[in-house]
Design a binder for this molecule. Structure first.
Ligand SMILES: [Zn+2]
Ligand SMILES: [Zn+2]
Length: 251
């Protein structure tokens, strides 16, 4: 299994997962050029992707989708309501879209979308299972019981650690935006990410902390907060930080 977080954060998200010969892109929220170059740096031709899985319609998850779709004619998988709410929907031929509901297969992999609480039409995380399991859960206000269940058993987990609530509260965001981020349908705080890891029954081999806020977090703060909680619980889980402007890999 190969996992590369090409970019992660409020300005754009894209994750590449290769497992059992199937090549997937999870979200296309950076430019198609960056996606193409990011994959090329991994030795992967973007034209060889088997599909693009979209979590939800916010711009930081679909900004590169129109151009990517024009260049490579890739199948796009997401929930029907997400397709309907995409600002760029009309610019993409309808036959590229595959509306999904429950689990489906691409090659030998089972792709299992699961609901996440976020202020979008029908947002999902993805659990990808083949010879290993990679799970992505970003853009969620809190870890529901069903999200906790969905992330369990992941070998590689891409989990949101968006903000520190104290930094957010004292920062200069307008109150309405602060309230949105802190709400049950906003973004996940560092400590909440840590507790989700603590509650996992099977320890993941690798965790990427993702979708860090540039204003209300720092990689050091996220890492320290999560490590400290894990340490206090006697857990040792390998954590790596993702970034907005560079790729982070796991081979
Ligand atoms: Zn979002
Ligand atoms: Zn987002």
């Amino acid at each position: 299994m190969q996992v590369s977080v090409l970019a992660s954060g409020s300005k754009g998200n894209a994750v590449y997962v290769e497992m059992d010969g199937v090549r997937l892109l999870l979200d296309a929220g950076i430019s198609a050029t960056r996606i193409k170059k990011g994959l090329a740096a991994e030795g992967v031709d973007a034209a060889s992707l088997d599909g693009v899985l979209i979590t939800h319609e916010h711009r930081d998850h679909i900004a590169g989708l129109v151009t990517l779709s024009k260049w490579y004619e890739l199948p796009i998988f997401t929930r029907r309501a997400t397709i309907e709410h995409m600002s760029c929907r009309a610019a993409i031929p309808a036959e590229r879209f595959h509306a999904i509901e429950g689990a489906f297969r691409i090659g030998d992999l089972t792709i299992d979308p699961f609901n996440i609480p976020h202020d979008a039409a029908d947002p999902v995380g993805y659990r990808i299972t083949g010879s290993s399991r990679c799970t992505l859960a970003t853009d969620l206000g809190f870890v529901t019981a069903s999200v906790q269940e969905a992330i369990d058993g992941a070998d590689v987990l891409v989990l949101e650690a968006n903000h520190d609530p104290e930094v957010l509260k004292h920062g200069d965001y307008p109150w309405a935006l602060k309230r949105r981020i802190l709400s049950n349908r906003g973004h996940l705080a560092n400590a909440d990410a840590a507790w989700a890891l603590v509650r996992m029954k099977k320890r993941p081999a690798h965790v990427f902390l993702a979708h860090l806020s540039e204003k209300n977090n720092t990689p050091e703060l996220a890492e320290n907060t999560v490590e400290e909680i894990l340490h206090r619980q006697g857990l040792d889980i390998p954590i790596c930080m993702t970034a907005q402007d560079r790729a982070v890999h796991l081979h």
